[in-house]
Write a protein that binds this ligand. Structure first.
Ligand code: ATP
Ligand code: MG
Length: 188
């Protein structure tokens, strides 16, 4: 089983991804986390990525391809993958389609975590205080939201046409949202 989690910054993708991966024994692929690890290691990719992340833009597809390839090389023979933060634009979605062909596998479902914009600011600013992520500030958030609307939202249509989208409200208690997601997965 391979799942994609789609949603705006601060939707709770990472939180739900951890719960889903634990319950269904999936490998968590978070491109955001992988990029932040590169930044911490001060690698060449990390230095490039930090500048772009702090501008609220998408890191180039070339960088993402390398990050993803290296992840799959280190996580072979998995029971399945939970993709969190990837794909984020149409080109990446096509890349993923090809990757699935190579693995002789398919995307089981795309879970759209739906959160109205008015909740996102408080969540992201709160996380900024807790975790100190340099992109979790008001100015960068506005740019991240723009990027989400312009580049990532078209994927909802892309996957809807493939009959893969399941929409879940990401507002409310974490465990309640998680139950809604689990009941979708249990029907796959
Ligand atoms: P949240 O952490 O709340 O899910 P988010 O989706 O904005 O919010 P991450 O997924 O951690 O946060 O991504 C942080 C940043 O890393 C993005 O704003 C972007 O610059 C970069 N990034 C992450 N994934 C990708 C990707 N697939 N393609 C391009 N850039 C990416
Ligand atoms: Mg995240």
């Amino acid at each position: 089983m391979n799942l994609v989690l789609l949603g705006p910054p601060g939707a709770g993708k990472g939180t739900q991804a951890n719960l889903i991966c634990e319950k269904y024994n999936l490998s968590h692929l978070s491109t955001g986390d992988l990029l932040r690890a590169e930044i911490t290691n001060k690698s060449e990719v990390g230095v490039k990525a930090k500048k772009i992340i702090d501008e609220g833009k998408l890191v180039s597809n070339d960088i993402i391809i390398n990050v993803i390839k290296s992840y799959f090389n280190h996580n072979k023979n998995s029971n399945g993958y939970l993709l969190d933060g990837f794909p984020r634009n149409t080109e990446q979605a096509k890349l993923l389609d090809n990757l699935m062909l190579e693995l002789e596998d398919k995307i089981s479902c795309v879970i759209q975590l739906d959160v109205e914009e008015k909740y996102l600011k408080d969540r992201v600013l709160y996380r900024g205080k807790q975790e100190g992520r340099s992109d979790d500030n008001e100015e960068t958030l506005l740019k991240r939201l723009d990027t989400y609307f312009n580049e990532t939202m078209p994927l909802i249509k892309y996957y809807d046409e493939a009959k893969l989208i399941k929409k879940v409200s990401g507002v409310g208690e974490i465990m309640h949202i998680n139950q809604s997601i689990n009941s979708i997965i249990d029907q796959l």
